[in-house]
Write a protein that binds this ligand. Structure first.
Ligand code: SAM
Ligand code: DTB
Ligand code: SF4
Length: 327
């Protein structure tokens, strides 16, 4: 499904910010219609992939990302945990598979991967997740070319590394690394033949221009990131962004639709922030081209709707979980 097979549409990698802004600003009905029309050329409109996240190393992160409860720079009410064992991770993966997830994403609160025993353990987790027949994704901070290659050899399908926001606003959110650091890791991952998962967060006080700038950078990649998560900020007490007002749900819809139009073959993932969203908002996000959610009670450290509410949502909307090859 997620391939470049459609002949009626040529993928573009030269979207300008002005073009994307014009799309983002369309009347909502027109925007959603265009996004849904493209969505149907490349994806089954009634299928939504369920992915499960697991925090394999929690908190005490040296980075100062203003949104993140896991940063050591802020005082949040978080139980820190060193790297969990391989067995524990694989138990969680098995449980995720049994409840309908086809992708398992392991996240570590690291600035970067360091070679050694802990990385070897993560590689073992990747092999284990693959042995279960699931897609395996990791998000471990920065990786170099060699580390990306070793992840690829272990069978990793995707590496998540978000751009989070536009290049200009980035330094207002994070001071311990640069946008270029982020782009470099994405390039290392791509070179190793692992697919790229990269997106961002809305609701951090950014302007529409910052959001569009981020989409322009993402859509400027050739190939596009195969996976584009759009997160609504989960404002966590103790972080510098704790007082941010919740984002207008229509902003999420516009972001998802614009991402869908700019990167029509990619998986657009309605990621963090669903707990605070109504069923109607989520329905609009699916109409706008989102075709994946995170399943389960927890994201990495914060709450997620959980199986019962999502089952009720899927039933009400007539959506089905997406199966993937090998799963
Ligand atoms: N440490 C690694 C890194 O930053 O690349 C991987 C884990 S990090 C928690 C993964 C992503 O989660 C971040 O890039 C950010 O986009 C997202 N995220 C973290 N905290 C969030 C929050 N409070 N609300 C929404 N998204 C958040
Ligand atoms: C992504 O874009 N969102 C996920 C996943 N990729 C790794 C993480 C969301 C984390 C939300 C805050 C938390 O639960 O700690
Ligand atoms: Fe660390 Fe990642 Fe959180 Fe930033 S987003 S503080 S790098 S865990």
């Amino acid at each position: 499904m997620n391939t470049h097979t459609n002949q009626t549409h040529t993928l573009r990698h030269d979207w300008t910010e002005a073009e994307l802004q014009a799309i983002y600003d369309l009347p909502l009905t027109e925007l959603v219609f265009q996004a849904q029309t493209l969505h149907r050329q490349f994806h089954d409109p009634n299928k939504v992939q369920q992915c499960t996240l697991l925090s394999i190393k929690t908190g005490a992160c040296p980075e100062d990302c203003s949104y993140c409860p896991q940063s050591a720079h802020y005082n949040t009410d978080l139980d820190k945990e060193p790297l969990i064992d391989v067995e524990g991770a694989l138990e969680a993966a098995k449980a995720a598979k049994d409840s309908g997830s086809t992708r398992f994403c392991m996240g570590a609160a690291w600035r970067e991967v360091r070679d050694g025993e802990q990385f070897d353990q993560v590689l073992e987790m990747v092999r284990g997740v693959k042995a279960l027949g699931m897609e395996a994704c990791c998000t471990l901070g920065m990786v170099n070319e060699d580390q990306a290659k070793r992840l690829a050899e272990a069978g990793l399908d995707a590496y998540n590394h978000n751009l989070d926001t536009g290049p200009e606003y980035y330094e207002k959110i994070i001071s311990t690394r640069t946008y270029d650091d982020r782009l470099q890791t994405i390039q290392n991952v791509r070179k190793a033949g692992v697919t790229v998962c990269s997106g961002g967060i809305v609701g951090m006080g950014e302007t529409v221009k910052d959001r569009i700038a981020m989409l322009a950078v993402l859509a400027g990649h050739d190939p596009h990131p195969e996976s584009v998560p759009i997160n609504a900020l989960v404002a966590v007490e103790g972080t510098p962004l704790e007082k941010q007002e919740p984002i207008d749900p229509i902003v999420m819809v516009r972001m998802i639709a614009t991402a869908r139009i700019a990167m029509p073959t990619s998986m657009v993932r309605l990621s963090a922030g669903r707990t605070a969203m109504t069923d109607e908002t989520q329905a609009l996000c699916f109409l706008a081209g989102a075709n994946s959610i995170f399943a389960g009670e927890k994201l990495l450290t914060t709450a997620n709707p959980g199986e019962d509410r999502d089952k009720a949502l899927f039933d009400k909307l007539g959506l089905q979980p997406l199966e993937v090859a090998g799963a």
